[in-house]
Design a binder for this molecule. Structure first.
Ligand code: C2E
Ligand code: CA
Ligand code: CA
Length: 646
């Protein structure tokens, strides 16, 4: 309605709508017509009356009539005058109401830059006095008044003459100024054809804030408030352009390890909290000129200015690991996480944006391939390794579809009676071109791609089916990856494999590494307890590698500790290996756990382990992992077919 009012007002000023004068003209025509009609009637009536009475001569009759007509005319003109003024006043009131009810401030100036109309919103907008901002006031006086009252702080003369010059040349102007309180004011001056101009003043603060919000959304990540990929690229592009000769910068790609499993196991709200926490800590590690961004999902990036090159980056990486490895409190869960970091340096690894990003990505890929939880600087040759890994991934998918896997079994020997007490299931991949590929090479790829869930299920089902053919006292051990372990259906899958094979839960042993317990999350512990409740045994694998903290033994009551072959290898040396094995065996015995020494290749190793109190051993000394048919030959009493399979 108000902009309609303004429109109407503008059209009125351009003479496109009927003015009160136009209305008067048409009323006048109507009045003349009326008057002519009335005059003729009066004239005829007077003549007829005079003639009828016959006391007046014709001349007197006509005179009488003329006097009567004159009197009528004067009365009519007076009436018309009053009507004209009433109409004009009403139009003015309407106009005033209209201009006072538009949201914009409006000032109409005449050709001599004096106010014709200044509306109330203008007066209110700047807190002016209506006694000054009124008809007849010059523009200079008005702006000077604004300066006195604090809503204008420029040069009054210069400001006014610039506008007057422009409008006198028929040029409109538009400018945005800042008003007290951080408000944004848009001023539009529009010249009028008949001279003078209309100035509209609009408080565009809400519109500007909305525009700023949209621009913010387009450049920042809504969850973490960090710059997004778009802004990150812009900033990097700009940083590369501004890079002075001899100066360097680093691009870090950071991937939160196993974020997906946190998200899957604990839900998106917890995952979101973790990402927010990671973003906060990354920001805390940065120097003033550095920029952190979230590229999407669990991928972050940093642009670091490095006056001293890689040394600065090493320092930043150390700070990031320090921060990120502290547990996060997320929606009531305590979560430990880690990160893989890939680094490319400019100008050494590229001065071109895409080249640099590609190299940072390859370095990240390298860090992931080297077991995650670590960082890598870009090196030539990473491209070829990445390609090889991608090929391996494709082959792996194909092999899963074609059934190119087999499970082999390595016997575990009781050190007291030298009999087979169990077997460890170990996966084998027979590649059509490359021959047998070691699980050490393809398990990390399967973990990265999530294919480990399918593979793990295959091993579990196959191993249980095979164990069903062995005597009851021979256990079956299956390796479970940390990735697989966080799948909420793991306990259900295990129960299904047991039920399908008819193997007693007490015969199944799941081997997990400390990586499962490294995150302090309750979901992992809850899953372990769930599995234990099924009657399954849980072994801590590869003890002696990685962090190998005995504190993991307090987190969960394991049934067995498997001592890594790196300890067994050095057992006879002067080093601390045998002392450590002895300590582990003592702790295990005190807590009702058994111990298995891995990688026993020599008779003297077996003897030493027996003396140290180890329960079991496995290794090439007795047998490597062999096919199902061969293991059945090695286990006395094993059958060729299962009798209890469902
Ligand atoms: P691991 O669980 O520590 O398995 C023992 C590894 O040591 C096996 O290697 C085995 O063949 C090897 N080994 C056994 N005895 C000796 C010995 O006397 N000397 C030496 N030098 N090595 C010996 P493998 O089969 O290549 O498996 C490597 C790793 O791959 C395994 O280490 C395990 O972490 C992983 N893996 C194998 N199968 C599976 C599986 O089904 N699922 C999962 N998640 N991981 C698996
Ligand atoms: Ca194992
Ligand atoms: Ca092991």
């Amino acid at each position: 309605m108000s902009s309609l009012g303004l429109d109407r007002f503008r059209r009125l000023l351009r003479g496109e709508v009927a003015s009160p004068a136009d209305d008067v003209d048409s009323a006048e025509s109507r009045a003349i017509l009326k008057w002519l009609g009335l005059g003729s009637v009066v004239l005829a009536t007077c003549i007829a009356a005079g003639a009828a009475i016959a006391t007046l001569s014709l001349r007197e009759c006509v005179l009488l009539a003329v006097v009567a007509i004159l009197a009528l005319t004067v009365a009519l003109l007076l009436k018309r005058h009053q009507w004209f003024h009433r109409t004009l006043a009403a139009e003015r009131r309407h106009l005033r109401t209209a201009v006072d009810n538009i949201p914009q401030g409006l000032v109409l100036y005449d050709a001599s830059a004096r106010i014709v109309i200044c509306n109330t919103p203008y007066i209110d907008m700047f807190g002016l006095s209506p006694d000054i901002a009124k008809q007849g006031c010059t523009m200079q006086r008005l702006i000077a008044h604004r300066q006195e009252t604090g809503s204008f702080d420029g040069d009054v003369e210069a400001f006014c003459s610039a506008i007057i010059r422009n409008v006198s040349l028929g040029r409109g102007t538009r400018q945005i100024t800042e008003a007290p309180g951080g408000r944004a004011i848009e001023i539009v001056n529009k010249p009028l054809p008949e001279g003078g101009w209309v100035a509209t003043i609009e408080d565009i603060t809400p519109r500007k804030r909305a525009e700023e919000k949209i621009a913010h959304l387009a450049h920042y990540d809504a969850l973490t408030e960090l710059p997004n990929r778009v802004l990150f690229r812009e900033k990097l592009e700009q940083s590369l352009k501004e890079l002075k000769p001899g100066a360097r910068l680093a691009v870090l790609y950071i991937d939160v390890d196993e974020f997906k499993s946190v998200n899957d196991a604990l839900g998106h709200p917890v995952g979101d909290e973790l990402l927010k926490g990671v973003a906060r800590r990354l920001r805390d590690c940065l120097g003033e000129a550095d920029i952190a961004a979230r590229l999407g999902g669990d991928e972050f990036a940093i642009i670091q200015r490095t006056p001293h090159g890689a040394v600065d980056t090493e320092r930043l990486v150390a700070a990031i690991y320090d921060e990120i490895r502290k547990p996060f409190e997320c929606a009531g869960h305590l979560i430990s996480t880690d990160a893989s970091i890939g680094i490319a340096m400019a100008p050494a690894d590229g001065l071109n944006l895409d080249q640099l990003l590609k190299n940072a990505d390859l370095a990240l890929y390298g860090a992931k391939g080297d077991g995650r939880r670590t960082y890598r600087f870009f090196e030539a040759g990473m491209d070829a390794r990445a390609k090889a890994r991608r090929t391996l991934e494709l082959d792996l998918r194909q092999a899963i579809a074609d059934g190119g896997f087999e499970v082999h079994y390595q016997p575990v020997i009781d050190l007291q009676d030298n009999k087979i007490s169990g077997c460890e299931a170990l996966l084998r991949w027979r590649h059509p071109q490359r021959g047998t590929i070691s699980p050490a090479d393809f398990i990390p790829v399967a973990e990265d791609t999530g294919l480990i869930n399918e593979l793990g299920q295959f091993v579990l089902e196959t191993a249980c089916r095979e164990a069903a053919k062995w005597p009851e006292h021979v256990r079956i051990a299956v390796n479970v990856s940390p990735v697989q372990f966080r799948n909420q259906t793991l306990a259900l899958n295990v129960a299904t494999a047991l039920a399908a094979s008819g193997v007693a839960p007490s015969r199944l042993e799941l081997e997990i590494t400390e990586a499962v317990l490294m995150r302090d999350d309750e979901a992992a512990l809850a899953m372990l307890h769930q599995l234990r409740a099924l009657g399954i045994r849980i072994a801590l694998d590869d003890f002696g590698t990685g962090y190998s903290s005995l504190s993991y033994l307090h987190r969960f009551p394991f049934d067995k500790i498997k001592i890594d072959r790196s300890f067994v290898k050095n057992i006879g040396d002067e080093g601390a290996s045998s002392a450590i094995i002895e300590a582990v065996v003592n702790i295990a015995t005190a807590s009702n756990m058994t111990t298995t020494a891995e990688g026993v290749e020599q008779e003297w190793q077996r003897e030493l382990l027996r003396e140290l109190g180890c329960t079991e051993m496995q290794g090439y000394l007795f047998s490597p992992a062999v096919s199902a048919a061969e293991i059945a030959r090695l286990i006395p009493g094993a059958r060729k077919t299962a009798i209890s399979a469902a």
